[in-house]
Design a protein around this ligand. Structure first.
Ligand SMILES: NC(=O)c1ccc[n+]([C@@H]2O[C@H](COP(=O)([O-])OP(=O)(O)OC[C@H]3O[C@@H](n4cnc5c(N)ncnc54)[C@H](OP(=O)(O)O)[C@@H]3O)[C@@H](O)[C@H]2O)c1
Length: 256
């Protein structure tokens, strides 16, 4: 049985990709604070309750669980997905230091923790997929700790890719999903003078079809990882899913 690990499996993209990988016949370990009620009864689903923002505690719990209790000896896919935006859109200078640290602990250091647990433990990871974001590439006033954490994540995974060539690092910008996390960007309405790009994004998100469901994105990601688009990925290099899918659609149109 091939192992898949998904952080943030209780809802959103993590839940959708966990379901998809179960349907494809993998054993899926889902990590989150809330139980994914509809997955726990699946024969090959293993729920791992953990607060990944508490990195010291999580490190002890997860290394005990994966290496000693479950004796996981290889990982087919590691989805580094759990994440938080923060309370709401605000200026970096208005974010409390404790909140900033919590965001970075979850969005960055929890991922280092999991990678190190397996890489140092001699457990090969074939493919690591990171739920990355354009927020880490393009600066938009108001994206605060989220943007800083996602930019850090991108650089961290570039370094891992260089230093661990046996693992393929797919760093995928998931792009505007209809999830609880994205709601923190959409509500309350942003002041267009203070946060002009976010105000535009909030308007755009109201257009029909702008937001993608997590289930659709899980299908897209599966296709990218297992289809011809995989050749366009470079290990450790950020790419956003919307551009990737658009380039594929354009090449189909040209060919037709
Ligand atoms: N939505 C978008 O448009 C978008 C775009 C680009 C990238 N992304 C990235 O995609 C990832 C998933 O986002 P989503 O939109 O699917 O968000 P979501 O629906 O809010 O899901 C977030 C997941 O992370 C888990 N999580 C949050 N805090 C945690 C903690 N302290 N410990 C363990 N798990 C925790 C949540 O589980 P519990 O609350 O049960 O712990 C939940 O399963 C994030 O990394 C996000 O940055 C999203």
């Amino acid at each position: 049985m091939k192992n898949v690990i998904v952080t943030g499996a209780s809802r959103g993209f993590g839940h959708a990709i966990a379901r998809r990988m179960l349907d494809k016949g993998y054993r899926v370990y889902g990590l989150s604070r809330t139980v994914p009620a509809d997955l726990v009864d699946e024969a090959e689903f293993r729920y791992v309750p953990v607060d990944l923002s508490q990195t010291r505690m999580a490190s002890a719990v997860l290394s005990d669980y994966f290496l000693r209790e479950q004796r996981v000896s290889d990982v087919a896919y590691l989805f580094l997905n759990a994440g938080m935006f923060g309370d709401r859109v605000m200026r970096v200078s208005d974010i409390a230091m404790d909140e900033m640290k919590q965001i970075v602990d979850l969005n960055v250091w929890a991922n280092k923790l999991l990678l190190d647990l397996f890489l140092r433990g001699g457990v090969p990871i074939a493919t690591c997929v990171a739920s990355a974001s354009m927020a880490g590439v393009r600066a938009r006033a108001g994206n605060g700790g989220y943007a800083i954490s996602k930019a850090t994540l991108n650089m961290m995974l570039k370094l891992y890719a260089l230093e661990h060539p046996a693992t393929f690092f797919a760093v995928l910008g998931l792009c505007s999903l209809n999830t609880r996390l994205f709601d923190h960007t959409l509500y309350p309405p942003a002041d267009p003078n203070q946060f002009p790009d976010i105000a535009v994004l909030q308007k755009r998100a109201q257009l029909p079809g702008y937001l993608t469901t997590p289930e659709q994105r899980a299908q897209d990601v599966d296709q990218v990882l297992n289809g011809p688009l995989r050749e366009q990925l470079v290990s450790g290099e950020f790419v956003d899913m919307r551009s990737l899918l658009a380039s594929a659609a354009a090449s189909v149109t040209v060919a037709a």
